[in-house]
Structures are given as C-alpha cells and as structure tokens.
Design a protein around this ligand. Structure first.
Ligand code: GLA
Length: 723
C-alpha cells in the first residue's frame, strides 16, 4: 500500500520507492505536515514542538495553551486568518467580507488509481500504478470545504497534490489565493532553483539561497511565460547534480502561477505552488467548486540528475497522452526560417520535394497560409486557406505532398486576432479589452476572449473546416503574445485569466478527441508556455524561437531539469543563425537538435550537395538513435553556463550516446575530460566508431579525453555499447 492511515494517531503516510511523506490530524482537527524526504519508518509526530512564541496567536480552542500556534506549526494547507502570518495556501473572502478560512479535518478516503481533475490537465496512471488519498477539510463557520487530493505513483517516486474548494455555505465567497501544493520544512537551509529567462533565451538556471522573507517567482502574463517556468527545485545548500537532497514542484498549468519560498522567524521554510493571486478573485456561489491545478512533487537524495529523470519519466509516461506520447515523432522540415511569410504553394511543395530527397518525414507550413497574412500585422482570426497565395486548394497541395511520400503539418494560432482581419471587423467585442480604453498591442495582435464559449466554438469550427480539407498529420499551436487588458465583456472580473486557460484546455481537449491521429506541438513564441499543463495535450513543444546551437545547449540544459527530451522541439537551422548571427557547423547544429524531437528549419535548396549528403546522414543517424533519445535515461554531464563544453548523454539497455559541444577554444588548449554517468561500473563499453573498450568505472571516474582541435563549437557524438 502506497497510502497508509494509522487511525490511532491519525497519521497518513504516503510511500514511494525512495521517499516518505507524512501528515497528521491533530487534537484540534488541523492537518499538520510531519515529513517529506528520504524513506523513514515510524511516526514522525515527535518532530512537532510547542513553545510559547511571542506575537504568535493561539486558536481559541487551544484554551490557555499559549504554546499552540498556527504561526509555527507545519501545515498541509494553511488557510488565511488562523493566526499564521506566513504565506498561506488559501485565502478566501467570506460572504460577510471577512478574510478567514479555518480548515479542520472532517474525513478522508483512500482508493486505487489516480484522481482526475475536471477540465484540467493532470497526471494519469493505470488503476494499479497509483493510489489516491482525499482529505476533507471544512471551515465550521462558513462551511467552505476543501478536498485535498494526493496521488501517489509509488514506483515513479511521484506524489501529486491538488485541491478542490467548494462553497458549502449560503452566501457567495471569493477565492483570493489558491495553491495546490504547500510544503513546510521544520528545519534546514535551502536554495531555490528557478528557470528564468526571456523570449529566445528561456530557462536559464538560477540558484538563490532562501533567506528570511519570501523569494517568489510567477507569471501574470496569462501564459506560464518565457520569464519564469512554473517548476522549481528546493535543494539543500550542498546539493549538486549527483549528490544531496532536493525536492521538485512542477505545476501542471499553463497560465498565471505563483511559487513562493519563505524562510520564517524560526528558520522554518514554507514552499508553495499555485495560481497567481494577483488580480485573481474567483467568486463561488453556494455549491460551486474551484478546482486548483495540480502540482507534481518528487524527492531525490541523489542530486538534481536523479530528480530530473524522475520528472522525465513521469511527464513522458503519465502527463503526455495520445498516440504519439510513446512513439517516434516525424522528422520535420518547417517553413518558418526557410521562407517566413514569403511562400506560395509551390514553395511548400518544393520543401516537400527536398524532404523526400533528404529522407525527412514531414513538411510543416508555418504562419502565413490563411486570411490576409503577408506579415505579422494582419489576418489572425481568419482561418480560411488563402488559396490565391497557395495557388491551389489545401487539399490539392497536401495530396501533392503526400504523393511524394511526405506527411503534412500546419501552424495555427487560435487564441489571437489581428485588428486587420474580417473577424475583428465583425466581432471587435470578442477580444479581451478594457471598456473605454484602447487595447495594449503586442506583435500587432490582440487576444481573443477564450473564456467565452461562443468565441471558442467559432474558432474551433473554422479550424476544423480547414483540417477536414486534407490529410493534416501535425499541428503547431502557437501563442505569440502575453495577455494584457484582462477584462471580459462576459466573464466576471477576477475569473478571466483562469477561465481563459480553462477555455484553452477545453479547446485542446476537443481538438485531440476530434483528431486523435494528429500530432500536436505546443509553441508560444518558442518556449513561453513550456509546462506540464500543455504537455498533457501536446506531447512536444517548440523549445525556443532561438535555434542557435550554442544558445540552445543552454536553453535545452535548463529545460532538461523537468521536461523529458521527447517533449523538446529542436531543429537544425541555417548558418549564420537568424537569431544570433553566429555560425556553427552543420554537424554541431545536428548534434544539438538531436537532443529533442529532431527536424530542420531551413531551405534545403540553398544547400550544396555535400551539405545535402550530410543532412541525409544526420537523418539516418537520428532514426538509429531515436528510441534511445526518446526513451533513454538522460544525464547532464556538464553545466554549459559555466563549463567549457556542453555535454550530455543518453543511456538505454547498455547503449550509450555521448554528446559534446565545445563552447570554448583557446591557444594551446588544455584537454577536456568528460565523465560519463549511470553506467555499470564492472561492465565493458565499446566505442562503436573506434572499437576501443573501456570499463564503466573508468568512463565514470576518469572520463574520456576530448580531442584538442582547431575550430569553433566543434561537436562530438560518440556511441558506446555494453559488451
Ligand atoms: C512564433 C513561433 C515561430 C513561428 C512564428 C510564426 O514566433 O515560435 O516558430 O511559428 O511564431 O509567426
């Protein structure tokens, strides 16, 4: 049993293969957190201590006991207004205007299988892979009820948390803040690792000490954002890639989020993940429920590498869905960096011919095929094929492409509208905007009000009409701006941002049901909505608009802390690179793009014969390693932000693929040694190219020397096999 309730002491214990999580209902009915970390046995309630702390109030039912205070005790789901002055998990404004939610235990249920969340993405598992614990809490005065949901995937070292908040009273309440996960640590000095960045340079790793006060990250952009990824790690100060303890939280949500790590007056740490409370005021009428998106927790006592592999496994197998989640993905040739808006049907067909010649599976027609869309200032919302531009119908074009043995994919951006579009002229009121003010433009576009069903349905029907015109086997779903003017003509203020997200999820769900065979790739100006929520619908996401191989080693490194390689959209583009102007070799670009769902983003007709031959060889090589890359265990072997090389490896059933990109070269360059990881120390591994054999222990302890060679950003890909 992964979940155990000990009635006598009212203790719940959640067990995974390598971790234990424990909590207790105390004499007053508060749900206290006792422990999360490496496996332990026995009751951990001895850790709770009680002292009279000045200025820390006492609940009335504690009577004269001044040593009992919510301000000090570790809790599972701290509500506002209970005398706990730390960051709360739940803030509610009650019908009488008071702000208080004093949650006490009323019951629980343990069952087989993993709970699902209505209208929201969540971890899924077979009946025998997971167990669910539901704990019911209630505020006795207002009858606000909270159902805490815990999912335990024992074998995967994963615990999920979510909450359902129900207004069980008679007047309207307003939820002002709602987290899905809260972890209280009684002791310990921690660092918080966050993944910060910007458009075209996402998920740089940032490590900060959690000192007195709150360190927080979040998004108010309506998407999870390029700037702060909704996933973070809390680590002991001495934790490294391969040693030490660390905890992860990955929010399964793609909208506004808030992650707070607070060190309190007694050196205790509270860490929460949930919906962003800024501008969030979610009214609940009697009987209504708010479902808080889920957070995936995991613990590792062997550093970040192991934690990452636990998340990779969970997200790949238990978040991603659909036919492609565990299948080889098509190798793509995307038209964006090949032609931008400047193409006709002939251009796309020529790309398809090149794809056929080079062995590439699919050509993707990116932005520019619909409405009046010759640049990014017009046309969004008009999802009608521009047959004049294509010179034929979409169906005819796809048939021509398919006849070459090449699949076809299409770009869409359903949530957006251009002012210069037919849709805007007909329905200016369908956009998010504040009455009496001009809207905030971004990339010359506005945002459709996806909190409204009629708006979603209209766009859904239009897009279905397009997809029904031919054999579309892939869709790239883009979102190219942050949301501003968060005001809806129909949806109640304070609900808009979350209801917008629920609308996007509903649309995506309908799309996957209607077209189960289509592979979806998420995108938001590259990686601006790269999160576990989107991965539930789109098993891969375009990792960044930056295709520069050197920058990509860093972007993909940061991305790898939580997200599996199977989720990372990565392409070879032209040199000099269109984002940085940097030149790297075709080989280097391919080695980097192979740490993801491989493809090309360039015009092959501009390549010479030698380059084409090289591409053919790359495609052949990628197919050879595809399963190892997608399903294998991933190891980071260097830190490309600080080391002179970027190095990573894949391993599966004794097959190893080592990848290195040299980031620095100097006169009289010292030799770089790369140490491998995760091998069997006693086993012998053979280099398939040179035939040379090494023991696993040698490769891990002493490493492999890389050649000292002339040239910039040289890359190496070395296959080793256990013999
Ligand atoms: C975004 C995407 C690009 C491309 C363009 C098209 O920036 O990330 O890959 O699709 O939009 O406008």
């Amino acid at each position: 049993m992964a979940i155990n309730y000990q009635q006598e002491d009212h203790i719940f214990t959640l067990e995974t293969k390598h971790s234990t999580y424990q909590m207790k209902v105390d004499a007053f009915g508060f749900l206290l957190h006792l422990y999360y970390g490496a496996k332990v046995s026995g009751n951990m309630d001895y850790l709770l201590t009680y002292y009279d702390r000045g200025f820390s109030g006492n609940p009335f039912d504690a009577g004269e006991n001044r040593a009992y205070s919510m301000d000090v005790l570790p809790q599972e789901y701290p509500g506002i207004g209970t005398g706990d002055y730390r960051n709360c998990a739940l803030a509610v404004e009650n019908a009488d205007g008071s702000e208080c939610c004093d949650l006490r235990y009323t019951g629980h249920r343990i069952r087989k299988g993993k709970y699902a969340l209505k209208g929201l993405p969540a971890v899924h598992a077979e009946e025998d892979e997971a167990e669910t614990l539901e704990i019911l809490l209630e505020d006795a005065v207002t009858k606000t009820q909270v159902k805490l949901l815990y999912g335990v995937l024992e074998e995967d070292d994963i615990i999920t948390k979510s909450a359902e908040i129900t207004n069980g009273g008679t007047g309207q309440i307003v939820v002002e803040k709602a987290a899905s996960a809260c972890l209280d640590f009684l002791t310990g000095e921690y660092d918080l690792l966050t993944f910060c960045g910007r458009h075209a340079m996402e998920r740089n790793v940032q490590r900060d000490a959690v000192t007195c006060g709150t360190r927080s990250i979040g998004s108010r952009r309506g998407a999870s954002s390029h700037q702060y990824n909704p996933a973070a790690i809390l680590a002991a100060r001495d934790t490294t890639e391969d040693a030490g303890s660390c905890y992860g939280m990955a929010f399964v949500y793609s909208g506004n989020f808030l992650c707070e790590a607070e060190r309190d007056q007694f050196g205790q740490t509270r860490w929460t993940m949930g919906l962003n409370s800024d501008s969030f005021r979610y009214p609940l009428a009697p009987g209504e429920t708010l479902v808080v998106p889920e957070t995936i927790l995991s613990y590792s006592s062997e550093g970040f590498g192991r934690l990452s592999r636990q998340y990779h496994h969970c997200i790949r197998d238990h978040v991603c869905r659909g036919k492609y989640s565990r299948q080889a993905r098509p190798i793509l040739l995307n038209s964006w960096e090949a032609a931008y808006f400047n193409f006709t049907g002939e251009t796309i067909c020529r790309l398809a011919e090149s794809a056929a010649e080079l062995g590439i599976d699919m050509v993707v027609m990116d932005d520019g095929w619909f409405g009046k869309r010759e640049d990014d200032t017009s046309g969004l919302g008009d999802w009608q094929v521009n047959e004049e531009k294509l010179g034929c119908t979409l169906g005819e074009m796809i048939r021509r492409i398919n006849s070459l043995g090449v699949k076809f994919g299409l770009w869409i951006e359903p949530e957006m509208i251009s002012e210069d579009s037919r849709l805007y002229r007909e329905h200016p009121d369908w956009t998010l905007r504040i009455p009496g003010r001009e809207p905030i433009r971004s990339r010359s576009q506005l945002v459709l009000d996806f909190s409204r069903e009629e708006v979603r349905e209209y766009i859904f029907d239009r897009i279905c009409q397009v997809l029904d015109q031919g054999n579309v086997e892939y869709i790239k779903w883009d979102m190219n701006r942050s949301i501003a003017d968060v005001y809806s003509a129909r949806t109640v203020r304070g609900k808009v941002a979350h209801d917008y997200m629920l609308g996007v999820y509903e649309f995506l769900e309908k799309l996957t049901v209607r077209f189960p065979e289509i592979l979806l790739e998420g995108c938001c100006g590259g990686g601006g909505r790269f999160d576990a929520g989107m991965l539930y619908y789109t098993p891969q996401i375009w990792c960044s608009d930056n295709t520069d191989a050197v920058d990509r080693t860093r972007i993909q490194y940061g991305t790898s802390f939580f997200y599996p390689i199977s989720a990372v959209g990565s392409h070879v583009s032209a040199a000099p690179n269109h984002q940085t102007g940097r030149t790297t070799s075709l080989h280097t670009r391919a080695v980097v793009a192979m740490a993801g769902t491989f493809g090309y983003e360039l015009d092959p007709s501009k390549m010479d014969e030698a380059e084409k031959a090289e591409v053919k060889e790359q495609v052949r090589r990628y197919r050879n390693y595809e399963e190892l890359i997608r399903e294998g265990a991933y190891y980071r072997l260097s830190d490309p932000f600080t080391d002179c090389c970027a190095a990573w490896m894949f391993q599966r059933e004794g097959q190893v693929l080592l990848n290195v990109v040299m980031l620095e070269n100097h006169g009289n360059m010292p030799v770089t040694y790369v140490k491998l990881k995760g091998l069997e120390p006693e086993a012998v591994y053979q280099d398939t190219a040179g035939g040379r054999c090494y023991t696993g222990s040698a490769l891990m302890e002493a490493g492999l020397p890389l050649p000292v060679e002339m040239g910039e950003y040289l890359a190496y890909q070395i296959e080793l096999n256990k013999i």
